[in-house]
Design a protein around this ligand. Structure first.
Ligand code: PLP
Length: 355
């Protein structure tokens, strides 16, 4: 009782939104508990097609394809798209699912230093000998709350004739003026070719993932992508949640804006209190502490004060860069944010993180 969750990916608070819950119940009642099938056998209902159309419309892309998770979407795309004659260039801090997806494909692999455009350019020059080049990056990186320099990435991609892929799990629904994501935020919606994202974070938080992009690519994935072909279709209730979440976001950007204001409140108050918060303007607010034990005891003490946060240390983050990752949500009130900052200040003083 009285514990506030500051470590969920529920950025917009939609997992407890009454309309989202009602949509799930209605879909469950009307379409059943599940399809007992993959999509291409008897696992496609009208709501699956409608959700794919809605996702494509939301991102202003030609088509979309659903997966059981974004992990699956990332596992399924590189192998289906790239051959041994092609190349994939990946940011060294990309999410594990991108790394695993790339491992599964036979393309030539290049890893560039985190958000380092000089290194990316050098790798693109090296990769000119291949038939096709794909640059793959997280839009927003979940450990640091930093945002990929997509404008520069797209310029380089244009210069060296490469495609751009972004994973928008920590951006869809809230980054950019209309919550379309990192590509909207940085004004490159027409330059990014492929987007993978999740329905399991801001878009209702249930489960599911997708790829959206050019129609021929989506057609190819329906024919060749193994997690799509060989894994069960999304349950109707999950489809209902995500579909309603997208409706709410396409009607208004008020929820995303309220989350942004709360993020700003938390970041500025914590910085004023003397903490270092990594990243910029993102609801992932890593409170940098350095020492792994300090991060863990502080997180424990925060819970004693009713604030649920988790310490991250090696091997999840580099040695010496332990932190408590705070995630802001639209459901937090200003009082919740202030209570969290007060608890951090008390606990930080007690454990010597603040003087
Ligand atoms: N990509 C990124 C950047 C993520 O943070 C996550 C989830 O943690 C995933 C992919 C996987 O998403 P899902 O939970 O839908 O499999």
């Amino acid at each position: 009782a009285g514990i506030i969750n500051f470590c969920a990916n529920n950025y917009l608070g939609l997992s407890s939104h009454p309309e989202v819950i009602r949509a799930a119940v209605e879909a469950l009642e009307k379409f059943g508990a599940g399809l007992s099938s993959v999509r291409f056998i008897c696992g496609t209902q009208s709501i699956h097609k409608e959700l794919e159309e809605k996702i494509a419309r939301f991102h202003q892309r030609e088509d979309a394809i659903l997966y059981a998770s974004c992990f699956d979407a990332n596992a399924g795309i590189f192998e289906a798209l790239l051959t041994p004659e092609d190349a994939v260039l990946s940011d060294e801090l990309n999410h594990a699912s991108i790394i695993d997806g790339i491992r599964l494909c036979k393309a030539n692999k290049y890893r560039y230093k985190h958000m380092d455009m000089q290194d990316l350019e050098a790798k693109l020059q090296e990769a000119q000998k291949h038939r096709l080049r794909l640059v793959a990056t997280d839009g927003a990186f979940s450990m640091d709350g930093d945002i990929a320099p997509l404008r520069e990435i797209c310029q380089l991609a244009q210069k060296y004739d490469a495609l751009v892929f972004i994973d928008e799990c920590h951006a869809t629904g809230f980054l950019g003026p209309n919550g379309r994501g990192t590509d909207e935020l940085l004004g490159v919606m027409d330059k990014v070719t492929i987007i993978n994202s999740t329905l399991g974070k801001a878009l209702g938080g249930a489960a599911g993932g997708y790829t959206t992009g050019p129609k021929p690519l989506i057609d190819l994935l329906r024919q060749r992508s193994r997690p799509y072909l060989f894994s069960n279709s999304l349950p109707p209730a999950v489809v209902g949640c995500a579909s309603k979440a997208l409706d709410l976001l396409m009607e208004s950007n008020a929820i995303a804006q309220s989350m942004a204001a709360k993020t700003q409140r938390f970041r500025s108050k914590m910085t004023a209190a003397g903490f270092t918060i990594s990243g910029k303007d993102h609801p992932i607010c890593p409170v940098m502490l350095g020492d792994a034990r300090l991060a863990s005891v502080m997180a424990e003490d925060m819970l004693n004060r009713g604030i649920y946060v988790i310490g991250f240390s090696y091997p999840v983050v580099p040695k010496g860069k332990a932190r408590i990752r705070v995630q802001i949500s639209a459901v937090h009130s200003d009082e919740d944010i202030d209570r969290c900052v007060d608890a951090f200040t008390e606990v930080g003083r007690k454990h010597g993180a603040l003087r």
